[in-house]
Ligand binder design. Structure first.
Ligand SMILES: Cc1cc2nc3c(=O)[nH]c(=O)nc-3n(C[C@H](O)[C@H](O)[C@H](O)COP(=O)(O)OP(=O)(O)OC[C@H]3O[C@@H](n4cnc5c(N)ncnc54)[C@H](O)[C@@H]3O)c2cc1C
Length: 729
């Protein structure tokens, strides 16, 4: 009975699905629009799927497959409208005009989607012409927001908050914008002291800022030259080791995907270094096994040949003896002669067969010996070339591979799109943006204490050149780098204090996430002796000794520049060497490749990011103790006594997908701004449950319901928030 029922239910379900698909085909919903797909990819949105945020915001709508398809069509079209012209706000009307019938009649849904994409900084961000007026009427006393830090994350948060109707102010301890983006000039030469490369530019939100402000980029030369002991590595060898490295990397990713690799002994994840070593050990073992099998087969063939030659000898002696015997038999003894003759013939046949087998064996042995396998997978010289790729990974991760967790997250560091530098310096992006968006920044304002013990506000203490002061804000967005937060939890006097102390899960996250260190050595010479280009960034690599791995491995120089920069990712003690020692070592490396290199540079600059009290390092990485949940914990907002979120956290270390990069910093600032706005203003989405699917184009008469929001909840913040709790300072 139940089987019959199941069958019937299944067939009903099948019919419903078929009907749904027919209906969607009727609307032209199925099929791939490659332009929309491309744009969605560029904006890091899944073309055919909804994101977790979308599913949480549009929960009811996305229950049916049909509505999901309609949602995706509208969302992807909104992305396209914005992507085509990022200088001007993408409005509901623009999206409506772009959509064909029947999608354009989903007025409420279109409005909601544009609203949500804007709120989350996916469209309408950066510096663009605003077409519509601000939707929110936020009471003045609630508008003031303090953003701590004018790095990429701080600027992102402040510009977004300003767009959403708040009035953010940035307190920055340095006297410049950018934080770990630090573009300096020396005698007309650009020196990127901090971040110098925009990675994955195709899909980076920073790309939008570049387009909006018409900032020129320069790309890296496509075919990077690699030198070893002063000579250029052949293209074939370069390609060989790159392919091997990529294959091993792919295998690590695969293992990471398949299995959890936490060690049971110490509860830590296996390091990337360990993983590469394990793989090499496996390959070496296999190579040895092959070698032994080969030797065994050689031995076997030789033994068989020896046995055959003995048989041949026996046969030969027997044949000779037979011949003698034959001669002795009288001619008349016809019968015996015939019998011996037959035996002789048989013996000769056997002899021929044995000789044939012997020749075949000899040929096999020769062929076998020609395929002599190596006892070793890689010679030390080969390994040195391969090792340079691991060095590059250290440079991209910002730390030594022994300390990096082997996990799929680590792969996010690896470049998957074009990388570029900025002609006027990466810093110019944020300087221009802050100026164009008129974000007030108070420089030389160093936060010393953040107090969330109040009822409904956050009190901050800070140092200025004029002395100490304190102020109270309704909301604070904190972008203090992870290195500074690490010092805070270890009670270092140079770092700000949190009152009450940060919650245990946040402290744990701060401890467990890794904090890397890259230092740069830049040298200027009277003339460039390396190959320079007019529009391209010079880039070459030097294969260091195995023990040095990522020490002065990569070298870059801006187009037409007389300055050259190399990087140090090494043990902490190496970073502490004197500037002279670093410069001498760098000159030695350069001389090996370019014998014309002068003994001394015109000028040199050696960064000390580990000693910078506003960073204490360079970027976040997944240490052996890191877990994805640590990113959630570290970005979790802190509530005041009234139960509302008041202190928000941003910064590259709070972005689970692109930590350690400028992209991650930007995305984190945008995320924190959206979180603050959502918390204070609500999601702002209009109730769209009345949206009906039109049956056919001709029958569809849009009514006022399709345009007018039913519930204008977003216009007013929740009533309790409108009552001013305290006079703002
Ligand atoms: C040498 C180096 C090379 C890099 N290379 C690349 C690269 O090629 N590509 C890439 O994508 N990324 C790179 N990065 C990483 C990238 O620069 C950072 O991820 C990004 O800039 C971080 O931005 P943020 O806003 O999170 O932090 P920050 O830029 O550090 O901003 C935090 C701000 O807070 C301020 N601050 C700190 N303490 C206080 C206080 N007590 N009171 C007030 N203000 C305070 C700081 O001065 C700073 O301005 C590099 C970084 C370095 C250092």
């Amino acid at each position: 009975m139940s089987r019959v029922f199941t069958k019937a239910a299944r067939s009903r379900q099948k019919n419903a699905e078929e009907e749904e698909i027919e209906e969607m085909e009727m609307f032209g919903l199925l099929g791939t629009d490659h332009t929309l797909k491309n744009v969605a990819r560029c904006m890091r949105m899944p073309y055919e799927e909804t994101t977790a945020i979308e599913r949480s915001l549009f929960y009811e709508l996305l229950q049916s497959r049909q509505m999901t398809e309609i949602f995706l069509k509208i969302r992807n079209t909104a992305l396209l409208v914005w992507h085509m012209n990022r200088q001007v706000e993408c409005t509901t009307e623009d999206v409506k005009n772009r959509l064909e019938t029947p999608f354009k009649y989903y007025a409420i849904m279109i409005q909601n989607i544009v609203h949500y994409l804007t709120r989350h900084g996916i469209i309408n961000f950066g510096c663009y012409h605003h077409e519509s007026h601000l939707e929110y009427q936020i009471p003045r006393e609630h508008q003031n927001v303090l953003v701590i830090g004018a790095g990429a994350a701080g600027i992102a948060a402040a510009t977004q908050l300003s767009d959403l109707g708040f009035r953010p102010t940035i307190f920055e301890a340095r006297q410049r914008i950018g934080g770990r983006v630090a573009s300096m000039w020396h005698d007309g030469a650009l020196l990127e002291v901090g971040c110098d490369t925009l990675r994955n530019l195709d899909t980076s939100p920073i790309n939008t800022l570049l387009c909006q402000m018409d900032i020129e980029t320069t790309f890296y030369m496509e075919n990077e030259l690699i030198y070893k002991d002063g000579h250029r590595l052949s293209e074939q060898r370069k390609h060989l080791f790159k392919t091997l490295y990529q294959n091993l990397q792919g295998s690590i990713d695969h293992v990471a995907f398949e299995k959890e690799h936490r060690s049971e002994d110490n509860g830590m994840y296996v390091s990337r270094q360990q993983m590469y070593e394990n793989m090499f050990n496996q390959i070496e073992r296999r190579t040895l096994v092959n070698f032994h099998n080969h030797a065994k087969e050689s031995n076997n063939l030789t033994q068989r040949m020896e046995m055959l030659s003995k048989t041949l000898e026996t046969l030969r002696t027997a044949a000779l003896r037979g011949e003698e015997k034959y001669k002795e038999i009288p001619k008349e003894d016809y019968i015996q002669r015939r019998s011996v003759n037959l035996k002789l013939k048989k013996a000769m046949e056997k002899f021929d067969d044995a000789i044939e087998e012997f020749d075949a064996l000899r040929a096999r042995l020769n062929a076998h010996n020609q395929m002599q396998p190596s006892q070793q997978y890689m010679s030390p010289d080969d390994f040195r070339d391969f090792n340079a790729h691991l060095g590059l990974e250290e440079y991209l991760t910002g730390t030594q591979l022994e300390t990096v967790q082997f996990s799929s997250n680590t792969r996010n560091f690896l470049p998957e799109g074009p990388a570029a530098s900025v002609k006027q310096g990466v810093g110019s992006i944020f300087e221009e943006l802050a100026e164009k968006c008129r974000i007030p920044i108070l420089f030389k304002h160093t936060i010393t204490e953040i107090d969330t013990s109040g009822k409904d506000s956050v009190r901050v203490q800070f140092e200025t050149p004029k002395g100490s002061a304190a102020m109270t804000f309704r909301y604070v967005v904190c972008t203090l780098p992870l290195g500074v937060l690490k010092k805070t939890i270890s009670n270092d006097q140079r770092a700000p204090i949190f009152k009450p102390p940060l919650p245990p899960n946040k402290v744990d996250a701060i401890k467990c996430l890794g904090w890397g260190l890259i230092n740069k050595i830049t040298m200027g010479f009277p003339d460039p002796f390396w190959r320079t280009f007019r529009d391209e960034q010079t880039q070459f690599a030097r294969i260091p000794e195995i023990t040095e791995r990522s020490y002065m491995l990569s070298w870059t120089s801006p187009p037409n520049s007389n300055s050259i920069t190399t990087y140090i990712v090494a043990h902490r003690t190496v970073h502490d060497k004197s500037e002279n020692e670093h410069v001498d070592a760098a000159i030695k490396c350069l001389k090996e490749i370019f014998p014309d290199c002068p003994d001394q540079p015109l000028f040199s600059l050696c960064t000390r990011w580990h000693n910078d009290p506003l960073a204490f390092g360079t970027g976040t990485f997944m240490s052996l103790r890191s877990e994805p949940k640590h990113f959630e914990d570290i970005s979790e907002a802190i509530r005041t006594k009234d139960g509302l979120k008041r202190l928000f956290f941003a910064g590259e270390h709070t972005d689970a997908t692109e930590y350690g990069t400028i992209n991650g910093a930007w995305l984190s600032g945008v995320r924190a701004a959206a979180e603050l706005a959502n918390d204070y203003l609500g999601s702002g989405l209009i109730d769209g449950s009345d949206v009906q699917i039109p049956l056919a184009d001709d029958d569809f008469e849009p009514t006022a319901d399709h345009y007018l929001p039913k519930e204008e909840s977003f216009l007013q913040p929740p009533p309790e928030l409108l009552i001013p709790k305290e006079e703002p300072i």
